[in-house]
Ligand binder design. Structure first.
Ligand code: CUA
Length: 322
């Protein structure tokens, strides 16, 4: 009984770690569902193989010496040792290879170019027929029921793009463009994570993928393409006085920097600092004052010299950029 309770606890512990917004087992896209199915079939195939080979092994070793006919011995060796593994492994391999091209199938028109930076993501949307991108950052939005093509680039070092709930993982390599496509099915928020070691804050390089109904996505993209409605006032004055616009762009204002993430509609994003902080006033204040404390190696300087009131005003202005 104790053994069974232990086994139950072990299975519970393992399966508890398998769900959530960043899991292939909470699949919300055609590609993740396919990977999920592949994993299940591979697992079942491997278990069957293991059980039958061990069964044969036990069967053979428990017989007394000399009590097994030559014919039976040959059947066990050829059937169990060669034919069975060959059939199972060959069919699993060919099925696995056959579904690989699906993960890069052509899309329905929308292209998104994602560039891995240290330690955040440039996200540029190219709607069908347009050459001018809608520039965004640190969040990927996609329409449900449509296949979106994704081009992956990298700044200075390698990264890897992976949203387990939506599909497979693809490396991002400096000087090269890699491609994949995703077809989300269920609207919702899926968490993505950089999956290739890229430096001190590799583990802190995440991003939400937000899947919207098609009409809702179209409305959002139109709003994202529009310039910021930046309220004038103290917050804006501090932003320009401190030179934030040298690194960040806020379309509709003179800020046109390309070193850091585009902030045009930062207030409408679900997270701050590439997936590691909630998008809220307090987090914005702490991040601006001491970015390095949250993300070692980040290029964003600390603005701890600003007064509490100045930080609040700046954070409020950024929050208003919706
Ligand atoms: Cu970017 Cu790891």
């Amino acid at each position: 009984a104790r053994y069974r309770a232990g086994l139950g606890l072990l299975i519970l512990t393992i399966s508890a770690g398998c769900g959530g917004p960043q899991s292939v087992f909470s699949a919300g896209g055609a590609d993740a569902l396919q990977i999920n199915r592949l994993f299940t079939v591979m697992l079942v195939g491997a278990v069957l193989l293991w059980l039958s080979l061990n069964g044969l092994f036990l069967y053979v070793t428990r017989r007394r010496p000399g009590r097994m006919s030559r014919k039976l011995a040959e059947a066990v060796i050829i059937g169990g040792g060669i034919v069975l593994p060959l059939v199972v492994l060959t069919s699993l391999l060919s099925w696995g290879l056959s579904i690989m091209p699906d993960q890069r199938a052509p899309g329905d028109g929308l292209r998104v170019r994602i560039t891995g930076e240290e330690f955040w993501w440039r996200v540029d949307y190219y709607p069908p027929g347009s050459e001018e991108p809608v520039v965004s950052a640190n969040e990927l939005r996609m329409p449900a029921g449509r296949r979106t093509e994704i081009e992956l680039l990298a700044g200075r070092v390698i990264h890897s793009f992976w949203v387990p709930g939506l599909g497979g993982k693809t490396d991002m390599i400096p000087g090269r463009t890699t491609r994949m496509s995703l077809e989300p099915v269920t609207p919702g928020i899926y968490r993505g994570q950089c999956a290739e070691f890229c430096g001190a804050s590799h583990a802190l390089m995440a991003m939400n993928a937000v899947v919207l109904e098609e009409a809702e996505f179209a409305r959002w993209l139109e709003a994202e393409a529009a310039p910021a409605r930046a309220p004038e006032g103290e917050g804006q004055a501090i932003f320009f006085r401190e030179g934030c616009g040298a690194c960040h762009a806020v379309r509709g204002t003179p800020a046109a920097g390309v070193v850091g993430p585009d902030l045009t509609h930062i207030g409408s994003r679900t997270t701050l600092a590439a997936g590691i902080l909630p998008m809220e006033r307090g987090a914005l204040v702490s991040w601006i004052a001491h970015a390095e404390a949250f993300k070692p190696g980040v290029r964003m300087p600390a603005y701890g010299h600003l007064s509490k009131a100045e930080l609040e005003a700046l954070a409020a202005w950024l929050e208003a950029l919706e």
